[in-house]
Design a protein around this ligand. Sequence first.
Ligand SMILES: N[C@@H](CCC(=O)N[C@@H](CS)C(=O)NCC(=O)O)C(=O)O
Length: 218
Amino acid sequence: MSDGLTLLYQSHSPYARKVLVSAHELGLADRIDVVHHETSPTNRNDPVFAANPLGKVPVLLTPDAGALFDSVVICDYLDRLGGLGRLIPGEGPARYEALRLQALAQGLCDAGIALRWETVRRPEALRYPPLAHGQAMKLLEAYEHLEAQAELGAQVTSGQATIGQIALATALAWLEFRDLPGFRKRAPRLTAWYDDFCQRPSMRATPYDGETQDGGPQ
Ligand SMILES: N[C@@H](CCC(=O)N[C@@H](CS)C(=O)NCC(=O)O)C(=O)O
């Protein structure tokens, strides 16, 4: 049953998966119509632009708040719908821990996408290796930083997940899915945390699938 909520989704977008995993965690997934859209800055998608002038997914079409983007805003909306403060703690250090971890995960995805442009997506003659190197370094620094975070050692197959944990797990899963510089050998504690988190039903219900559809000269 849908409550008038439609998610413009993409089965290979880490930002979109973060939203869908959040919906599962909040028990809201069956209240949302999920519609797959391909997007790329080189391949315009008109229905997505009609909802988001940036032409990106995810977008959540809502009956009371219009078309919401980006994923951070959508997760905030869902958290309020599903019982305020379950994914995003309302106050105190826990709130900023969760939001900071989400920001780091967003940055991992942003760097991974930028790296893919410099390695596989941009025509070869237009690639700039120092930029690829700089983006790869961001991934490696982030893995090192995360490995040092004690709380990631906790078992997380059950219990309340935060938006930070969901964002991180969906980001790491996407980095693996796209074969980007890996965290397994470099960050064993982070890897153990991630492997545990992947057992959650919300993660198992939302596997990545598909290829980016770029346009323009190949
Ligand atoms: N900050 C945005 C990022 C969204 C984003 O970059 N989505 C990608 C798919 S993974 C997209 O639609 N890209 C199309 C484009 O850049 O034109 C969010 O968190 O939702």
